[in-house]
Design a protein around this ligand. Structure first.
Ligand code: JBZ
Length: 247
């Protein structure tokens, strides 16, 4: 899968992408990520990418012409039609389902905003506008990295164990069960006996129950859309029953 990322801070994108699972996928050629410096698409001596807002007011706005030129360059290189994603606080919420959908595309372009945002005419060339969440950021670079990371995990060959991606508990709409590793005891804190028992059926049920009770406790909103099997539905009824009156 190919990503083109347009930004005025290429280093903010390049450095994080060189590390870890994504870095390895890029090195192997499973992912092709090209970071485009918006200033390379200016034509003035001072490489200006921003200007004052029409109508007045604080801050600066990203000029449309360098962005149009950047998109023309991507299109000339990769071919049309382009999926152009604008990272923006006005965007639809980016979710795990969106990540999976985007992973089916061969190529996406991510536009990272700065300052007060883009000249609105850029939206004529944008096919989707996405937001990673409700907090104020200084720019779209971190959101673009979040989107790339979540999408790339679904690309075959990026994560070693394909099964773990599809069966990831969050993909099924639940929080993860607790994990432990050696040693079996530290500072009087013991690993639950069931995990040392070697009883794999018991372990599987314990993990299911833990994932369900954690989700009920911390993110009950997720249970509305969770894809639960019959065993999980029964467990959830038991957990809710046992908790009755306690909160
Ligand atoms: C985003 C001005 O650039 C920004 C500022 C905030 C922001 C983005 C771009 S993208 N927030 C989000 O995904 O929520």
């Amino acid at each position: 899968m190919t990503f083109d990322i347009v930004t005025i801070f290429p280093a903010m994108i390049e450095q994080p992408l060189a590390a870890g699972i994504i870095g390895r996928a890029i090195a192997r050629g499973t992912l092709d990520v090209k970071v485009r410096d918006l200033r390379d698409f200016t034509i003035d001596r001072h490489r200006v990418v921003d200007d004052v807002p029409y109508g007045g007011g604080p801050g600066m706005v990203l000029k449309p012409d360098p962005i149009f030129r950047a998109l023309d360059a991507v299109e000339a290189e990769r071919g049309a039609p382009l999926t152009v994603i604008m990272m923006s606080p006005q965007g639809r919420p980016f979710t795990q389902a969106e990540a999976q959908r985007l992973s089916g595309l061969a190529h996406v372009v991510l536009l990272c905003g700065r300052y007060e945002g883009f000249d609105d005419r850029v939206r004529e060339r944008v096919t989707e506008e996405l937001s990673i969440g409700d907090y104020v950021l200084t720019g779209g670079e971190l959101p673009a990295l979040v989107v790339l990371d979540a999408v790339a995990r679904f690309v075959p060959g990026v994560v070693g164990d394909e099964q773990s991606v599809v069966e990831d508990s969050f993909s099924r709409g639940l929080l993860d069960f607790p994990q432990f590793t050696r040693p079996p005891e530290i500072a009087d804190l013991r690993v639950p006996d069931v995990l040392l028992s070697g009883n794999h059926a018991e372990i599987r049920r314990w993990r299911k129950r833990e994932a369900l009770s954690r989700t009920l406790e911390r993110r009950p909103d997720l249970l509305d859309d969770a894809r639960l099997d019959e065993e999980e539905r029964q467990m959830l009824r038991e957990i809710k029953g046992a908790r009755h009156g306690r909160d």
